[in-house]
Design a protein around this ligand. Sequence first.
Ligand code: URA
Length: 212
Amino acid sequence: MSRLGKFEVLDHPLIQHKLTIIRDKNCGTREFREVVNEIAELMAYEVSRDMPLEDVQVETPITVTTKKSLAGKKVVIVPILRAGLGMVDGILELIPAAKVGHVGMYRDEETLKPVEYFVKMPENMESREIFVVDPMLATGGSAIMAVDALKKRGAVAIKFVCLVAAPEGVKALRTAHPDIDIFAAALDDHLNENGYIVPGLGDAGDRLFGTK
Ligand code: URA
């Protein structure tokens, strides 16, 4: 049986401070984009805490010694298009050798269900650590479908990383995929009737890309 994943709010003071900056409706596109990446970078430090290590020999100027080095295949960052793209560069600052997969979905107007339209992943997904990123975990529909798409391609070690989560989204994702870890910078109050997180920060994609 697979392990039970955890839900963790990464509430480091720097993360809380930066999140408050981007919640402000007067925060412009440029600052919003910069600070989203800064938060993603800080979160990546905690999210990667249990990355596997192996012993390697290293020759220092003084002697030969055995020390730790990252083991296994490269991490994969998987942004959910399009808002997830806003978190990629920040994580790459910390894990520059990571590979980047992409998953895109749209909402079918009739069924209201998310439909996969683009999935492109590196090979050997079954033996990689995967960070699925999307700034907002609202209903959980896209997150569930993105994780479905990854598992269909063999992925096992999946972590979902968002900035703001709604309790409804956390519950839905944990129910659909109890084995994955979920990390958020904040757990907000609820979803409103339009599916926005309250208090939230509005439409993350529009705010990242300056669209309306
Ligand atoms: N997606 C967003 O960008 N914002 C929300 O509040 C909910 C979903």
